[in-house]
Design a protein around this ligand. Sequence first.
Ligand SMILES: C[S@@+](CC[C@H](N)C(=O)[O-])C[C@H]1O[C@@H](n2cnc3c(N)ncnc32)[C@H](O)[C@@H]1O
Length: 299
Amino acid sequence: MTNTDQRHVPVLFKEAIDLLRVRPGGTYVDCTLGLAGHAAGILKLLGPDGHLIGFDRDPEALDLAKVRLGRVLNELGAKAPRITLVGEAFGNIAGHVEPASVDGLLADFGVSSLQFDEARRGFSFQADGPLDMRMDTRQGPTAAQVVNEANERELADLIYEYGEERRSRRIARAIVRGRPVTTTEQLSRIVASAARTMNHERIHPATRTFQALRIYVNRELDEIRTLLEAAPKLLKPSARLVVISFHSLEDRIAKDSLREGAQKGVWEILTRKPVTAGEEEIEINPRSRSAKLRAAERR
Ligand SMILES: C[S@@+](CC[C@H](N)C(=O)[O-])C[C@H]1O[C@@H](n2cnc3c(N)ncnc32)[C@H](O)[C@@H]1O
């Protein structure tokens, strides 16, 4: 087992695989391969006539997923399904997947532990690295470009909107005064000095600002909206959709989109309340604490 495997625990694994209802010979899409924990679980159930299509817009993640899934395919031998990997954002899914061809679609939003734990990717305020935060390192502005080039008002708005941070104006002012800001440590220090933790808060003062920048840099909410809009067209009747979100902004989009779809007769919602991790899983994998899984069946 490599270091990476040890670190990686797929969130709500059993619940996600069960709700996807993977059938041998079917076509399944994993929109967020990451370290391919969920995808490996799907592969093992697909059989030789099955097909897994996997997306990840992070080239490093895609390479690692390829290695992990390659190992699973080797183990499966003659029972191995077909597999197609796409190194693009899942917002482009409609360009890669035929309409009404999919039996199950999974999306496990956000960053992977690999991205978060790697200081040089710039996602974490707990390790010093360049202020990057791009999932797709081939394109788009870095977080450093955003904090150094946006005006104070734009910064305050995005920190408020994507971080749900009430102290956004004070933080934006401090960032503008502290420019140029080039490292995670520097940004974390600036935010902490502008917005000290309230006594009742358990989170680090920079948590919300880092979340906001990450969502903005990767256009995460637009990606989710595009995916949820495309999904009904790509799924066969009775096919399943499973989405896992990690904060209220993501979950709200999923919840509203499924509810609207249910009203229009597109979805039957399978999770009246979102599925969350049990004590045992949270103990092994603290990140699962904030996970919310929602599932629906295409009518
Ligand atoms: C939480 S991890 C997924 C973990 C995965 N389920 C597993 O079992 O290892 C999310 C992954 O999705 C990728 N990702 C996030 N948003 C994406 C998007 N819009 N398009 C493609 N990949 C995305 C990230 O690069 C990251 O590798």
